[in-house]
Design a protein around this ligand. Structure first.
Ligand SMILES: NC(=O)c1ccc[n+]([C@@H]2O[C@H](COP(=O)([O-])OP(=O)(O)OC[C@H]3O[C@@H](n4cnc5c(N)ncnc54)[C@H](O)[C@@H]3O)[C@@H](O)[C@H]2O)c1
Ligand SMILES: [Zn+2]
Ligand SMILES: [Zn+2]
Length: 394
């Protein structure tokens, strides 16, 4: 089969590799019909090289048709249309039972000290072959795959793999008070979908920040007060003006560690990509190559006693956090990898409703064949051609 494989920094290729086969009675084989490229994939493209091997298959946002199931997989059968969550989770352990599927104790990657395994996502998360491919072996398929109805196009459901549950969790954790304000930092797919979900759930005052003109326009188009980072010297003051002088009741950081606006950190970040793996790994884990500008802005712009929901990914341990401000302002911090299966029942009614209330069918800007993946990654990384969300169609 054809599959999108990582070969080095900014080097992905479409390789021909053996078709996957059932390896465990809990596996399924799915023929992929649509598969997203994610902002998280850009971390692999750019800086997480030390945690990948050449030939690793990427992708964690796939959907398709079930072709084969192992003996223990009973909730789906060949021919079913399914979306595959990015978390590999079992459905029966303590963590899955409490709705923390991203911490699944059956698939936790203990040698790395990380949570549940994650499709197509480095040695940190189990080095599971990913879903940007013609076929995918789905581990823990007795639980993971989400059956979706026939009829509407793939675009209606494909985001159940990641974008929708991630944004749903971001909004849930932001805990916006009744009648309160929400600031969303970053208007990529995750930030923008968080705005849409918050609005659907009754939050009327949504402010957002980004620096890409088309992204700001997209958000303005559905009633978000979108602010251009580059046009304001004191963005915190602008947010305060819009919120009775206090700051936003809740903030979602949908940017993560690749924020723009911290040149020193950018240099360190690029350096990691050039170091020998062992050294780069160590540096990435401990030496503080993070870029915290989106988070420090969130801390400044939230009101006293407000909540910050961090959904953008951070790594590393050496960056100083403004603990005095966090403590003094009495800020609540909530974060983590999305627990995909936890939110599906909440989201599904918005996907099957008439009129597509979340606008998922018009969400992707690009639909490209799998062979176009190398160019697609480059375009997406450079934010060229108005690339916002790219779906590959094997
Ligand atoms: N927690 C999870 O389970 C989970 C799941 C999916 C994605 N993510 C993470 O969420 C983040 C966003 O994902 P995405 O796909 O939307 O990525 P993206 O890269 O498309 O979006 C990030 C946006 O932030 C903007 N930005 C950069 N610096 C900024 C700054 N200082 N202030 C304001 N905006 C800034 C960029 O212009 C961009 O539009 C990434 O870190 C991704 O890894 C987390
Ligand atoms: Zn993703
Ligand atoms: Zn589990």
């Amino acid at each position: 089969m054809k599959a999108v494989a990582w070969h080095g920094k900014r080097d992905v290729r479409v390789d021909t590799v053996p078709d996957p086969v059932l390896e465990h009675p809990t596996d399924a084989i799915v023929e992929i019909t649509s598969t997203g490229i994610c902002g998280s994939d850009l971390h692999l493209y750019e800086v997480l090289g030390p945690f990948l091997d050449a030939g690793d298959i990427l992708g964690h946002e796939p959907m398709g048709i079930v072709r084969e199931v192992g003996a223990e997989v009973t909730h789906i059968k060949p021919g079913d249309r399914v979306v595959i969550p990015f978390n590999v989770s079992c459905g029966y352990c303590f963590m899955c039972d409490t709705g923390l599927q991203s911490q699944c104790e059956t698939t936790q990657v203990r040698e790395m000290g990380t949570g549940a395994a994650f499709l197509g996502y480095t040695k940190l998360y189990g080095q599971v072959p990913g879903g940007q491919a013609e076929f995918l072996r789905v581990p823990q398929a007795q639980y993971g795959p989400i059956k979706v109805p026939e009829g509407p196009p793939d675009d209606r459901f494909v985001y159940l793999s990641d974008v929708l549950p991630t944004a749903w969790q971001a909004v849930e954790y932001a805990d916006v008070p009744q009648g309160g304000s929400l600031l969303v930092v970053g208007l990529g797919p995750i930030g923008e979908m968080s705005c849409r979900i918050a609005q659907q759930r009754g939050v009327e005052h949504v402010i957002a920040v980004d620096l890409v003109p088309e992204r700001l326009e997209r958000a303005c188009g559905h009633g978000v007060q979108a602010l251009d980072l580059t046009e304001h010297d004191d963005l915190t003051a602008v947010v305060q003006e819009l919120t009775d002088g206090r700051g936003a009741d809740s903030v979602i950081d949908a940017v993560g560690m690749e924020a723009h606006g911290a040149p020193g950190a950018k240099l360190a970040h690029q350096l990691v990509g050039l170091l020998p793996d062992a050294v780069g790994r160590k540096m990435m884990e401990t030496a503080g190559v993070d870029r915290l500008s989106a988070l420090t802005f969130s801390i400044d712009a939230v009101r006293r006693g407000g909540t910050i929901s961090i959904i953008g990914v951070y790594g590393g341990t050496a960056d100083p956090l403004p603990m005095l401000t966090l403590f003094d302002k009495q800020i609540q911090l909530r974060m983590g990898q999305a627990n995909v299966k936890r939110w599906i029942d909440d989201i599904m009614p918005l996907l099957t409703a008439d009129g597509d209330p979340l606008g998922v069918e018009g969400f992707a800007t690009h639909r490209l064949p799998l062979d176009a993946a190398p160019q697609a990654y480059e375009t997406f990384q450079k934010k060229e051609d108005d690339a916002f969300k790219i779906l590959l169609v094997p």
